[in-house]
Design a protein around this ligand. Sequence first.
Ligand SMILES: [Zn+2]
Length: 243
Amino acid sequence: MKQDVSSLAEVAPRERFSKICALTGAGISVAAGLGTFRGPDGRWTMTPEMERAMHVQLLPGNVDALWSVWGGMWDVAARSGPTPAHRALAAAGASVITQNVDGLHQAAGSVDVVEIHGSAGRARCLDDAFCGWTGSAEEAKRVDPPQCTQCTEPARPSVILFGEMLDPEALEQARRLASECDLFLAIGTSGRVAPASWLAPAAREAGALCVNVDLYPDGNADPAFHARVVGDAQDVLVEWAAS
Ligand SMILES: [Zn+2]
């Protein structure tokens, strides 16, 4: 593990890599006006009752809270648009595995995007067993409260809740992208929680250079990474993309 550096171009010159894969978390979207979840100003720290409402066992009673949190986030993201860091990744042709549900990578023009925690821009029917409808949140929101367009059950945001399984197909796609890249970047996420925690080791095992871009590194560097760039993803990625 290299010592912490401040420039991504220094450890991973962009032109040296042809298959770049980025794992992104809440930190990349802070500049779009979306808060992180943990930490002093985090969404869950400020409103712990909202965090408790995000549990799958509370369905269907928490559907209003879900739309308030995730529908609200989607609206903020749509108004702000992608950040320079989102655009830099799109310009570099990076494939993206994101923990975010805000749609900003697609808005920036990234094509290969795996949303492991779902999308706040999508909705699904509460009746998983017999209906199984999924579609855009906009369609579901044509009635209030939002409704499945196939049956008359309520619709919920298609975001993974606490206690809920991740989509195995999305996980498989994420594993494939991580193991096929030659440069793996983790941006705005500690990457310490599964499944993010096994993506860097999978990329490294397959021969990729692994770099963590972290604004507030806490404690020892993760041994899965070859280097850690300490800095704001907005500055680090824009400088790197222009290098
Ligand atoms: Zn339905």
